[in-house]
Design a protein around this ligand. Structure first.
Ligand SMILES: C[S@@+](CC[C@H](N)C(=O)[O-])C[C@H]1O[C@@H](n2cnc3c(N)ncnc32)[C@H](O)[C@@H]1O
Length: 262
């Protein structure tokens, strides 16, 4: 990625420093030149590096086309939409697809406060919801993991599983602690539906997806990803790669979710 950025910058620089620039300096002098060069530099995009380039490669579909039917969903008073958790439309879409697939075991990567895990457990009472988050002792400064993480403000501010702990807690949630770069996905045995929402770098999107595919191997299953949008370049770059390789990954219109059956 760094290499791609460097090439893009070089290309932009060469395009800005062209004959037209020389002619302009000869005719009008250097007045306003830095500002104009800056504007030109920002406007030029020789490698089409905008997020749209990746999003365009991931086909989009409607929720109704990936489920047999829409069914009523329960959301109770303990639900809260906080920064870092799923907004309504994504939450309802995720639960709708999960319910449609009727899994006995599900795995969520990225518990955070646990609002999504809790509502999955409430709406899929016969399913065991495994959910994993980084250990509470995780410290960005001492992290020596090989894969780059992101969203450190969320990691710092999380209260893992708070939403489903305590009074009225559900018995079908299993909390795990670990880094998905090294965690054994066999700790969620029998999982067929996976929700990927941990670190959103390219490296973690790939790591988590490949491990879900390996864990679900031999049975039909479904992976859903959150944050399939322009703000999460690592996720869309990886999903665009999958789509280009022929994997049936689709974005769900009106949401930032992507889904793939395997
Ligand atoms: C965007 S939040 C997840 C939101 C949650 N799925 C929800 O719907 O409310 C991302 C979470 O992933 C966790 N996380 C980040 N990197 C991780 C990793 N490598 N392994 C496990 N969890 C990770 C963070 O600590 C954070 O709590």
């Amino acid at each position: 990625m760094e290499r791609e950025k460097l090439i893009t910058r070089l290309g932009k620089g060469l395009m800005v420093a062209n004959l037209a620039t020389v002619v302009r300096v000869l005719r009008r002098g250097f007045r306003n030149l830095p500002a104009r060069l800056g504007t030109a530099f920002n406007a030029i995009d020789p490698l089409d590096s905008s997020p749209d380039r990746f999003l365009r490669r991931i086909p989009q579909t409607e929720l109704q086309k990936v489920v047999a039917r829409l069914s009523p969903i329960v959301v109770d008073e303990r639900y809260a939409c906080i920064d870092g958790s799923l907004p309504w439309v994504d939450l309802l879409t995720l639960i709708t697809i999960a319910r449609d697939r009727r899994p006995s075991v599900m795995l969520e990567i990225g518990t955070f406060f646990g609002h999504t895990a809790r509502l999955l457990a409430l709406n899929l009472p016969d399913c065991v919801i495994h959910t994993i988050d980084l250990p509470l002792t995780f410290d960005q400064k001492t992290d020596d993991g090989e894969l780059p993480k992101d969203d450190f403000h969320l990691i710092k501010g999380r209260e893992v599983g708070k939403a489903f702990r305590g009074a009225g807690s559900l018995s079908n949630i299993v909390q795990h602690s670990g880094d998905t770069a090294t965690w054994d996905f066999g700790n969620a045995p029998g999982a067929t539906v996976f929700f990927v929402d941990g670190s959103h770098t390219y490296e973690y999107a790939r790591n988590d997806t490949e491990k879900c595919l390996a864990a679900g191997k031999g049975r039909p299953g479904t992976i859903m990803w959150h944050d399939c949008d322009g703000g999460h370049r690592g996720v869309i770059r990886y999903l665009a790669e999958l789509a280009t390789k022929g994997y049936p990954v689709r974005r769900i219109a009106g949401t930032t979710l992507a889904v793939m059956d395997f």
